[in-house]
Ligand binder design. Structure first.
Ligand code: SF4
Ligand code: SF4
Length: 265
């Protein structure tokens, strides 16, 4: 699952390697392949905010406990924000904590990187249309026998089968935030602002408390419907997190202040 590696497929891949949603590939994964679960060890598995949200629900854990028990934090990214990776076993095998001999124990809520393999995806916002443009590419790990199986998939069919669309949608919003960090430089962001990022992206329970137990709602223009959604729906809250961070960290007009709003804090 090396598609998380630090290379840029937009510039590194030949045009012929780029796949559209209609292109096809040959692959099958499951208990019958001889390499079953080989890919669940010795890997660096970055967790996106949506991955963390799904895994917390799955394990019925508070986000703060999940982050403590299951993740390692990485600094030094090019966009300047901290990143979380799944904490692997400490021995030489570096096993994923969720793998068993029968496969993945969190299968329905496995991270996006586990779902999308053997594909990788590159996306960016078009400056002319302001829409996200994407392409896919194959990631062929040498140990993976899945490519020797006869099943053929269209990229679109794989995305649907692995339920990747929602991950893509939310990850694109995270990427927009990363791009802002990358373009504007994060040197001027304080420790407190980086803590805001971690709270809003990775600890939704705390962010919800921040919204509903402080004067937050007296400062921003939100409809009753929006307030209801972010109170009750974690995905809506995560989408609001991205908007709030764009506003709070970079001054993007992604949410509106009330006319008498006062954001001095
Ligand atoms: S989360 Fe599941 S699929 Fe992903 S590496 Fe761990 S065991 Fe494998
Ligand atoms: S076929 Fe590939 S993805 Fe599936 S278990 Fe084997 S190594 Fe992992």
């Amino acid at each position: 699952m090396d598609q998380t590696a630090r290379w840029d497929p937009r510039t590194s891949l030949k045009n012929s390697d780029r796949m559209s949603r209609n292109d096809c590939f040959q692959f099958h994964c499951g208990p019958t392949v001889p390499c079953f679960t080989e890919c669940c060890r010795k890997l660096d598995l970055a967790l996106t905010p949506y991955d963390v949200l799904r895994l917390c629900k799955r394990l019925d854990m508070a986000p703060s406990d999940f982050l403590d028990d299951y993740t390692v934090i990485k600094a030094g990214s090019r966009h300047g924000f901290p990143e979380f990776s799944l904490k692997m076993g400490m021995d030489g095998e570096r096993l994923c904590p969720f793998v068993s001999e029968n496969g993945c124990t969190v299968y329905e809520d496995r991270p996006g990187a586990c779902r999308i393999y053997p594909l990788g995806r590159a996306s960016s916002k078009s400056r002319s249309t302001n829409l996200n443009e994407e392409f896919y590419f194959l990631v062929k790990e040498p140990h993976c026998k899945g490519f020797e199986q006869s099943r053929r998939w269209a990229v679109d069919e794989w995305i649907c089968d692995q339920e990747i669309e929602q991950y893509n949608r939310l990850n694109d919003q995270l990427m927009e935030l990363y791009m802002l960090g990358f373009r504007r430089g994060l040197a001027q962001l304080s420790t407190q602002q980086l803590q805001m990022f971690v709270m809003a992206c990775y600890n939704l329970a705390k962010f919800r408390e921040f919204i509903f137990k402080t004067s937050f709602l007296t400062k921003f223009q939100l409809s009753i419907n929006e307030i209801d959604l972010i109170r009750n729906d974690d995905v809506a809250l995560l989408e609001f997190s991205f908007k709030w961070l764009k506003f709070a960290l970079f001054g993007v007009a992604s949410i509106k202040l009330k006319s008498d709003g006062n954001i001095a804090s």
